[in-house]
Design a protein around this ligand. Structure first.
Ligand SMILES: [Ca+2]
Length: 178
């Protein structure tokens, strides 16, 4: 019995160390490699640069919006839910969320299920840009219960994508072109 207890405590200890590593990794990456650069676009001074031609802002406050309302909120600000096209943009988005909510809650991003037929799942971005990158979490997308047509991020780890029922309330990340 005692050995089981010790093993369990070691496992818990390892998990805590892993979590601390992940946290400090984000802190370091976001300070050094993906720092907050203010958006140069008029009226978007509290947004941050995303790659070369866009700015990004994370929203996480009640009431948490479903997918369609999140996209509508971004359109109302002159953009769309964020699309992500490479690892550098992914980390820009990760750090934008991290600075607002270091606890890694889920946020909607601009990916949605455009078409499905049996096992074929075809996704598009709400800003109509090309789907040329993905960062699914392990085992995703799983189209669970035939009802998961929208995509959230931060499942299991920073930036990992999961398909989810569009009616759930989530934070959301918007992007605008500059
Ligand atoms: Ca899923």
């Amino acid at each position: 019995m005692r050995s089981v207890l010790v093993a369990t405590m070691c496992l818990l200890g390892a998990l805590v160390v892993c979590a601390q590593d992940s946290e400090s990794d984000m802190s370091e990456m976001c300070a050094n490699d993906h720092p907050a650069v203010a958006c140069p676009k008029e009226g978007k001074e509290d947004w941050f640069k995303l790659g070369e031609g866009r700015c990004v802002k994370a929203f996480f406050a009640e009431p948490y919006l479903n997918y369609n309302d999140s996209e509508a909120a971004c359109v109302g600000l002159g953009g769309h839910l964020v699309s992500i096209h490479n690892k550098s943009e992914l980390h820009d988005v990760d750090c934008t969320m991290y600075r607002l909510t270091p606890g890694r809650p889920p946020y909607w991003i601009g990916l949605f299920l455009y078409f499905h037929y049996e096992d074929l799942l075809v996704y598009e971005w709400t800003d109509a840009t090309q789907l040329d990158f993905n960062f699914w979490a392990y085992g995703q997308p799983n189209f669970w219960n035939d009802k998961e047509e929208c995509v959230e991020t931060n499942l299991y780890d920073w930036g990992r994508w999961n398909d989810l029922n569009c009616m759930y309330g989530r934070g959301h990340v918007c992007a605008v072109t500059i």
